[in-house]
Design a protein. Structure first.
Length: 435
């Protein structure tokens, strides 16, 4: 991951009006959409996503409680935005995203934005980022690259095509089975490859299980339980689509999301009950048998001993890792947690979700921390999404080279992939691939 020096001065912004409304997310639950008007009359929007398998230490969404929508309404958050955030944001000119985000944190006054709600704060922060890009006359991804000093890069998409865990009603303990076209030459080719494998997989699943029902992220959710069965299906689909399963062509990535099958005290259930060492061994046999390039949240967020054992098993004598090992719930996009994990040898990569930490500038700080520590990063959607495409520009502008946005199907997932191929069209010559 190389960096370059920012060249453009930041233009100040002024937002003359700011408001919010409740919209439905991809699971049919309320979420916030923020709308702002700039001094030149330009209207901007931003929407907050929402996770299902959330980390214990994530920034906190403000939800109404009560019986409507199982307590998941956002009316209290909208009232606080109208009463407190809107007067703050519209009251002055802002000269940097750090300044906006710092003022939001100060106004909130709690850790994790408990008072104003991280759902409101992240949407306002994204809207402010769009305002700065507009003021600078730059596409969002270019403004992000200029501001963070990173080189732009089109990322390898990680398509979640088989769903389990908290995202599906089947008995599959692992949450996400992804395919990553690392060998593609362009974003266009990568996205098309993902879609072609997805269609072959649909036919295989329908043929074998008589159903091609979906999980929350648009991947299929057949009634299987054993991760190996899911991996066999993926390999078969990749081959049948005319591609080569391999870590240099169409690779596999896993997010077991181990919080979901942790029994506590270092015990896990993957079919059978497994100890920490048995779970490490289980992953090692999967790495032997399948072309897996990335393994996210292999242990629970509170099981430091598990992460240490896995790190010891996966690090080669020269310090390189046998598989990219990603912390999601473990780090919650928090620079301090990332730093602590790196010191303990827990992983060599970080998942980046803006709403986990709350603001765009904190998200930039998480990416910068990963880069400083020599760790890889992957930008991620949430299982509850909207058609907001901010993370597509974020991944290009921060140049981290990896994104996951669910299956190559369903509007809220493909909005991000389609934005990536649009950026590629607008920027001929921009490199595609891993950082
Ligand atoms: C994850 C995410 C996104 P959720 O665990 O990585 O895929 O799921 O948004 O439910 O936390
Ligand atoms: Mg995860």
């Amino acid at each position: 991951m190389s960096t370059s020096t920012p060249t453009t001065a930041i233009e100040p912004i002024s937002v003359t009006e700011l408001g919010a409304r409740s919209i439905l997310d991809s699971r049919g639950f309320p979420t916030l959409e923020v709308r702002g008007t700039l001094a030149d009359g330009t209207e901007l929007r931003a929407a907050a996503p929402a996770g299902a398998s959330t980390g214990e230490h994530e920034a906190v969404e403000l939800r109404d409680g009560g019986s409507a929508f199982s307590g998941r309404g956002v009316n209290v958050a909208i009232t606080r935005l109208d009463d407190e955030i809107a007067p703050l944001i519209t009251g002055r000119r802002w000269s940097s995203i750090d300044e906006v985000d710092g003022a939001l944190a100060e106004l909130d006054g709690t850790s994790g934005y408990r008072r104003l709600g991280a759902n409101a704060v992240v949407a306002v922060s994204i809207l402010a980022t769009r305002a700065f890009a507009h003021a600078a006359g730059q596409p969002l991804h270019t403004w992000i690259s200029t501001t963070t000093g990173a080189d732009e890069l089109l990322p390898v998409p990680h398509f979640n095509v088989l769903n389990g865990g908290a995202h599906a009603a089947n008995a599959l303990d692992f949450q996400e089975f992804m395919i990553a076209p690392v060998g593609a030459a362009t974003e266009r080719e990568a996205v098309d490859t993902g879609a072609e494998v997805y269609h072959v997989l649909r036919a295989l699943v329908a043929d074998r299980f008589g159903t091609a029902g979906l999980g929350d992220e648009g991947g299929f959710a057949p009634p299987l339980a054993d991760p190996r069965e899911a991996l066999d299906l993926l390999v078969e689909a990749i081959v049948e689509a005319g591609r080569r399963p391999g870590t240099d062509d169409v690779a596999i990535a896993l997010d077991p999301a181990a919080n979901g099958f942790s029994l506590g005290d270092g015990r896990y259930r993957v079919g059978d009950e497994l100890s920490r060492d048995q779970l490490v061994d289980y992953y090692l046999t999967l790495l032997d048998d399948y072309p897996i390039r990335s393994l996210e949240d292999g242990f629970a967020e509170d099981d430091g001993d598990g992460w240490t054992a896995m790190g010891e098993a996966l690090r080669r004598p020269d310090g390189s890792w046998r598989v990219q090992t990603v912390g999601d719930d473990l780090y919650v996009t928090d620079p301090a947690r990332i730093r602590a994990g790196a010191e303990k040898g827990w992983s060599d990569a970080v998942l980046i979700k803006p709403n986990q930490i709350g603001t765009v500038s904190q998200t930039f700080a998480a990416v910068a921390t990963a880069r400083e520590l020599g760790m890889a990063a992957m930008v991620s959607h949430r299982s509850g999404e909207t058609v907001d495409t901010f993370i597509a520009d974020l991944v290009v502008g921060t140049g981290v080279g990896q994104i996951k946005s669910g299956a190559p199907a369903r509007g809220e997932r493909v909005a991000k992939y389609n934005r990536l191929t649009e950026i590629e069209l607008d920027r001929p010559g921009l490199r595609y691939g891993l950082a």
